[in-house]
Design a protein around this ligand. Structure first.
Ligand SMILES: [Zn+2]
Length: 195
């Protein structure tokens, strides 16, 4: 989860944001199970208009797991940080939209107010996390205060940053490749057979 700065809300969203939000709220009030879909604008779904800008902010990396490239392209999604079902008023809120890989986005309705946002002003990776370079896993920073550790933990869990993750698999294969180049001393050997 790399820190990034959010740009201004694009006009394609701001111009009809209020109308779309109102419509979505009305549909939800009518039918709690109503399915969300992006409105069309100039013959294209709104999410397709928004994706390039969101991707540019993170240098095309997934906002949560840093997965890059997020491929195949069909798996690029826009994640509603506060889910659109439980927080319908934020479904078209620019600051609630994040470029995400399919894996991170499948948390769907799981949400916790403690979840970390990579574009929050006080977010720093080192404040909350550290890397375990031997396993390629992202860990809670044990030196962080209790509240920060709790936030890091829930963020790792809900986005499943260490489970079945394409980003993790990539880090794993890099690690294994590096390991094979090392002389096979006892330590590396144990790591290798244990892998
Ligand atoms: Zn991701």
């Amino acid at each position: 989860m790399r820190k990034f700065s959010r740009g201004h809300c694009p006009e394609v969203l701001s111009v009809d944001q209020a109308v779309w939000t109102e419509r979505w709220l009305a549909r939800r009030a009518e039918d709690f199970g109503a399915k969300f879909s992006w409105p069309q604008r100039d013959g294209m779904a709104l999410n397709q208009h928004l994706l390039p800008g969101l991707k540019a902010q993170t240098g095309d990396h997934c906002s949560y797991c840093d997965g890059y490239p997020v491929s195949p392209p069909g798996t690029e999604t826009i994640d509603h940080f506060r889910p659109k079902i439980s927080h319908p008023a934020e479904a078209f809120l620019w600051s609630n939209l994040y470029f995400a890989c399919n894996h991170c986005q499948t948390r769907r309705e799981q949400y916790d107010e403690q979840l970390l946002r990579p574009d929050s002003v006080d977010f720093e990776f080192d404040r909350y996390f550290r890397w375990d370079f031997t396993t390629g896993e992202i860990l809670v920073n044990q030196r962080a205060d209790v509240a920060d550790q709790a936030r890091a933990e829930i963020t790792i869990q809900l986005f499943r940053l260490n489970t079945g993750h394409p980003g993790l698999r990539r880090r794993e294969s890099t690690r294994r490749a590096a390991m094979q180049a090392e002389p096979l001393d006892d330590f590396a050997y144990r790591g290798f057979v244990g892998a």
